[in-house]
Write a protein that binds this ligand. Structure first.
Ligand code: SF4
Ligand code: SF4
Length: 207
């Protein structure tokens, strides 16, 4: 999950390369993390990607069987929503001049923004367990704060997502269709948005 701020963006299906805001190991890395990890997504992640790309949820999300504790109850069992994989790597990973880069950098999921760190007591950044980064990170104070902000936002969105899933599971004891859950999730995200930023249409529909 490359962490190069304001570095790559998708414009009319072309990845645009800009100057990196801060030198980080991703610059010379072949995005090991995006090839190695499957990325679970939250309701906010899904809504941002669906809105920005104007694509339905099912075009970029796939279901992974999970246990009842953190899964969405659908007709065939409990599932976690994750970014769709293509050729065993994230479907949004693009080849740019021989380098592998994120094609949705500006609105990539919260987990990707936080990688490879977590915040531990004392407000310190610590590497996650099982990271696949090839070299250590050296971040400026500002870079560290930026990571902390991203991690906190990602945690808040994850908590919100878990509430949506718990609500859905409690009100759908026999499970439901993915399209129904998508509508349920969209409406929860829309309700939580400040009124001024609500946008009509473009729900992350599923079929
Ligand atoms: S969304 Fe981008 S950063 Fe995240 S795994 Fe996919 S390619 Fe990597
Ligand atoms: S493995 Fe580490 S250095 Fe390489 S792209 Fe991912 S976060 Fe960046």
């Amino acid at each position: 999950m490359p962490k190069i701020r304001a570095d790559y963006s998708l414009e009319e299906d072309k990845v645009v390369v800009q100057a990196p805001a801060e030198a980080v190991p991703c610059t010379g890395c072949h995005a090991n993390c995006c090839e190695y990890h499957v990325v679970p997504v939250t309701a906010h992640d899904i809504q941002r990607i669906a809105d920005t790309l104007d694509r339905p949820m099912e075009s970029f999300v796939q279901l992974h069987l999970s246990d009842e504790a953190d899964g969405v109850h659908l007709r065939d069992g409990f599932f976690v929503l994750a970014l769709r994989q293509r050729e065993d790597r994230c479907g949004f990973l693009a080849d740019v001049e021989g380098q592998k880069r994120c094609s949705i950098h500006a609105f990539k999921p919260g987990l990707c923004n936080a990688y490879p760190f977590k915040v531990v007591p004392g407000d310190q950044l610590e590497y996650l367990d099982g990271i696949v980064c090839p070299s250590p990170w050296t971040l400026s104070r500002r870079g560290q704060q930026s990571f902390r902000d991203d991690i906190r936002r990602s945690q808040a969105e994850l908590a919100f997502h878990q509430e949506i899933v718990a609500d859905w599971n409690a009100t759908h004891p026999a499970g439901g269709e993915l399209a129904e859950f998508a509508a349920f999730m969209t409406s929860a995200v829309e309700r939580a948005r400040p009124a001024a930023s609500r946008r009509p249409g473009k729900p992350p529909t599923a079929t």
